[in-house]
Design a protein. Sequence first.
Length: 217
Amino acid sequence: MTDFTARRRMMVDTQVRPSDVTKFPIIDAMLKVARENYVPVAKREAAYLGENLELGEGRIMLEPRTLAKMLDALAINGDELVLDVGCAYGYSSAVIAHMAQVVVGVEVDEQMAKDAQETIIASDIDNVIVHHGPLAEGAPKHGPYDVIIVEGGVDLLPDDLLAQLKDGGRIACIFMDGPLGEVRLGYKRDNAISWRPAFNAGAPILEGFTREKAFQL
């Protein structure tokens, strides 16, 4: 029988800590949340690999290093409301739940959203709501949010999503340029976002986050 608890410790010790992520809430959450429960059964043996885990239909679960470093940059507080866009089967929302007051996960795939909510409830996590709907639309009825994290690549961020971020709030996402990507941290001030680069990472661009190509003669 696979010892997933040992794999979880190894993930933290070999992928998270060496990436300069040392904040206790992040380490503690990633040690507590059983990552293998938030992937399809056929993918469980690969749940702790140090790479993005393909879930099908162009969707992935972010590698542990990338998620941990994004959370480190966002520095979520225990009284904050967080929007987790593209939560898939709910792992990222479950991790963030250990740091935030409430997490709203957004998932466009109906079955993924259903499985995510069921797994989170079965894990005795009671501060996560999984909202089923288009990722680019976010979940405005639960906002505005102190923090937004996008679990996938982006080319362009929709205005409707940015409008759900509180003034003074933070957003983290992976901006893709061809095969290369960069995580950027955005700060909202006076309804404008200022960005700073955080670190390099990559992920497939999510549906609804692609810039329309201009027509050329």
